[in-house]
Ligand binder design. Structure first.
Ligand SMILES: Cc1cc2nc3c(=O)[nH]c(=O)nc-3n(C[C@H](O)[C@H](O)[C@H](O)COP(=O)(O)O)c2cc1C
Length: 227
């Protein structure tokens, strides 16, 4: 077996360092750095090498316009994603969802039951957590679930490539709640499903929202061997 030039330990370090950033500095990422991240991320595999992802990336006033429009839409309420959100999380999935939610609330000092503070933190999604950029990811409707699956790989590769380039990021399904707004504002054709946004920029490392880390299940919980 030929050894990869990047040892598994180094790859693991990169994955361990990446986390979802929920407070960004406002300074933009230079375009050559964004291009380098994209060129690395697009090396992931896709079925038939279709590479079905498209990303619409905002900077400067376009990010401000997006932020403003999303915050207004979120304050008005409503929910209209191109792909239905899960109706509920059950069992271990619900437990993990709660654990990471409470870890965030604890980090930013939100008490259990403080609905106003929870709502304010939720709104941070639509403020793009202060990020200078947002990449809105879409897949062709014609490729169905497998096209979306390929794009999931792109999300992972983008966030890891960003981490390797010193750029923080967070995938955000929350933004897909306002798919009609995103189609119109960003001129994303209606024959594509909007999957999520990825807000990115440089981390505000001093912000409490960035002070916690999530855990992962043991192998026993997700692997079944058939020897
Ligand atoms: C497809 C996808 C959508 C996500 N959507 C949101 C979101 O809308 N808001 C949010 O705060 N985090 C969102 N996240 C971040 C997850 O909560 C986070 O990845 C998970 O808790 C694991 O934490 P880590 O990324 O810090 O390792 C999303 C992650 C993925 C992969």
């Amino acid at each position: 077996m030929s050894r990869s030039p990047l040892a598994l330990e180094e790859f693991d370090t990169l994955l361990s360092q990446r986390h979802s950033c929920r407070a960004f500095r406002s300074d933009p990422v230079p375009r050559p750095n964004i291009n380098a991240i994209l060129q690395t991320a697009q090396k992931i595999p896709s079925w038939c090498n279709a590479q079905p992802w498209k990303v619409t990336i905002t900077s400067g006033t376009q990010t401000e316009d997006l932020r403003q429009a999303l915050m207004e839409a979120a304050m008005a309420g409503g929910h209209d994603p191109d792909i239905a959100f899960p109706e509920r999380y059950e069992g271990e999935y619900q437990a993990r969802r709660r654990t990471c939610g409470w870890a965030l609330y604890e980090a930013v000092g939100i008490e259990k039951g403080d609905r106003a503070a929870s709502a304010r933190q939720m709104m941070e999604n639509f403020n793009l957590f202060g990020a200078p950029h947002c990449a809105v990811l879409s897949a062709p409707k014609s490729l169905g679930s497998y096209g979306a699956m390929d794009c999931g790989g792109f999300v992972a590769a983008f966030t890891l490539a960003a981490q390797a380039a010193g750029v923080a990021s967070i995938p955000q399904a929350a933004l897909a709640s306002y798919a009609p707004l995103l189609h119109e504002l960003l001129e994303i054709p209606l024959d594509r499903n909007i999957l999520c946004g990825i807000s990115f920029g440089f981390s505000d490392t001093t912000h409490p929202a960035n002070s916690f880390r999530t855990e992962r299940a043991s192998l026993e919980e997700f692997v079944e061997w058939r020897d």
